[in-house]
Design a binder for this molecule. Sequence first.
Ligand SMILES: O=C(O)CCC(=O)C(=O)O
Length: 295
Amino acid sequence: MNPANTACYSTHGFQVFRRVLSPSWLHCTRDAVASIIRQYRTNAPLAQRNGVSLGEFSLAKPERNPGIDGSKLIHEPYIIGDMLTLDRRFVSLLSEYPLWSITANLLETQAGNIIFHYANLTRKPAGIGPAISWHRDNENTYFCPEGDDFLRLLIPLQDMSQENGGTAVVPGSHLDHSMNKHTLDKDAIAHPDVEAGDVLAIHPRLLHGGNPNRSDRERDVIIVQFGIAGARFRFQEDLEMGALHTRAHLHRAVSQASRQLSRFAVHMSVHLAAHPQTVGNMLEHGCPGKTHTSL
Ligand SMILES: O=C(O)CCC(=O)C(=O)O
C-alpha cells in the first residue's frame, strides 16, 4: 500500500479526496479540454495568448524534457490558462460544489468565503511530457496572497501515478521551510496514486514537482487555485475570467465579462475598419500575454 494515498492535509501538506467528481463531470470536462487543446493547436489567438507551447518550453529548458525534440512540438500545448474565457462550460464545471467545500474545510472557513483565483490545464502527454521542477506555490510571483490562505486542487482527467509523471510531493515539507529543493533525499519523495474523479489538494508551502511522462498513458491535470475573500495579495497579474469571485457570483461575473468582451470586439472591428494602421501597431507591439506559470 502506497502511504501517500492516505496522507492528511494538515500533517503531510497534501491529501487525496476520492471519487469527488462523477463520470458525467469527467466526460464533459474531457470534451471541454479537447476543445481548448484544439483551439491552441489551430492558433486561436486567445488560446495562444494564454498558453505555453510544449515545443518552445522543451527548447528553452531541455533538461526538463530530456531526449525530446521541441522543434516538432511547437503547436502542442503544455499549459493553457484562462479556461473560462476559452470555453464557457468550465464555469459550470469549476462551480462543482465539492471543489469549493473541500477547499473551505481545508482553509477552515465557510464555502461562501472562498474565491476562485485562476485555473489552468497542465499536460504531460504520453511519451513526451516534461518534468515539473520542485517548488512551493506560495513562492509564485504571479498570483499569490500575502498569507497561506489559499491552496491548489489538482484534478487529473486520467489516473495519475509515478509511472505517467504524476505529481510528486515531499510529505511534511509545508512545516519545514529549511528543506532545500536542491538537496532532496530520494526517500523523502512520495507519489500519490490519484484516479480520474479524485482530487489532490496541495498546501501552499508543500514542496512538489514531478517526473517526465515517458509512459504510453496521457496525463492531463486541471489545476485550480482558490483563496479566501478579502486576503491581500503580494503578487497579482492580470485577472483571468472569473477571478476573485465566489461560487455564487462566478456565473454572473463571467456573463458580464463576456458581454463586455463582445462589445469590445464590435468596437475594435469598427475602429480597425476606420484606422487600419492600428493593426500594424498591434502586430508590432503585441498584446500583453500571461502564462500564470512558474512550472
Ligand atoms: O501538474 C503537476 O503535476 C503539478 C502542478 C503544480 O505543481 C502546480 O500547479 O503548482
